[in-house]
Design a protein. Structure first.
Ligand SMILES: C[S@@+](CC[C@H](N)C(=O)[O-])C[C@H]1O[C@@H](n2cnc3c(N)ncnc32)[C@H](O)[C@@H]1O
Length: 260
């Protein structure tokens, strides 16, 4: 299974603590990537739970299959979620997702699909960073703001859409559907160490790719990195990002609303 830093693992464990795993016979993870979340949920949940992961990336799905091949509870498949969910109605007790929703354009149709495949009183747990909540301390505010915002708004090739405000929009997307009753939970991931196992360090390194894509100058990134490193050497490094988690229950069964 992919290796994650302890800060990232702690955040994910918080998200799993919001799942109602009592009597969950089937769990779906949409945009499951390499399958870490489902793999870990499978360690917490009982032996009779079916764990289904879908993602558009065949490379990610191959990894997920290989990492869980000895456990028959798991099934992973390649699915493009922009064309709905390939499951019968009322198949799952929980539909879970982590940092996926911003990638697709028609979010409202997907919410209807989640409602369709959930059993009565089923639970939806959708986690998403609000990328614009990403904070980095430094002295060159203008350069930090520019690079972080450029990164947050970067629609990468594998994304049909991107939205740096996805975290703050989760509530509205689910609430306006009228199909769920729920709440928003938050988790602030905080780093004070500038080291490779920390989430913030990895994102700051990722931002270097903006040079290759012609979105920032090499000299700007070098200035940005040097500023952060100097602060870190003085013990003043600080990074944080907020994860928003919508946790809701399917509240009604309405055939008309389920027509896409
Ligand atoms: C940021 S990753 C999150 C992966 C995983 N949920 C996690 O938290 O580690 C977003 C995932 O969404 C998937 N994705 C993007 N667009 C998709 C689509 N149209 N259909 C299915 N999956 C998609 C990507 O392949 C990627 O694995």
């Amino acid at each position: 299974m992919i290796k994650l830093g302890s800060d990232n693992i702690r955040m994910r464990e918080y998200i799993y603590s919001l799942l109602d795993l009592s009597n969950a016979k089937a769990i779906l993870d949409i945009g499951c990537g390499y399958g870490y979340d489902l793999w870990r949920i499978g360690q917490i949940v009982g032996d009779n739970t079916r764990l289904v992961g879908i993602d558009v990336s065949s490379k990610a799905i191959e990894h997920a299959i290989s990492d869980t091949k000895d456990d028959s509870r798991y099934s992973f498949s390649v699915v493009d979620l922009s064309s709905g969910l390939p499951f019968e109605r009322e198949t799952f007790d929980i539909v879970f997702s982590n940092n996926f929703l911003e990638c697709i354009t028609d979010k409202d149709s997907l919410v209807k699909e989640i409602h369709r495949v959930l059993r009565q009183n089923g639970q939806v747990v959708f986690a998403h960073f609000d990328w614009d909540s990403q904070l980095i301390n430094g002295s060159d505010k203008t350069t930090i703001q520019k690079i972080v915002q450029t990164f947050n708004n970067w629609k990468q090739d594998w994304m049909a859409d991107c939205d740096a405000w996805m975290g703050r929009r989760l509530w509205g997307i689910f609430n306006r559907s009228g199909l769920f009753k729920g709440n928003i939970y938050t988790y602030v991931l905080t780093n004070t160490e500038f080291t490779p196992e920390c989430y913030g360090y990895c994102r700051i390194k990722d931002m270097e790719a903006l040079i290759r894509h012609g979105m920032i100058q090499k000299e700007e990134y070098e200035r940005f990195y040097k500023d952060i490193k100097e602060l870190a050497d003085k013990g003043e490094y600080f990074y944080s990002i907020t994860m928003y988690i919508y946790v809701g229950r399917k509240v009604r069964f309405d055939k008309e609303r389920e027509t896409l």
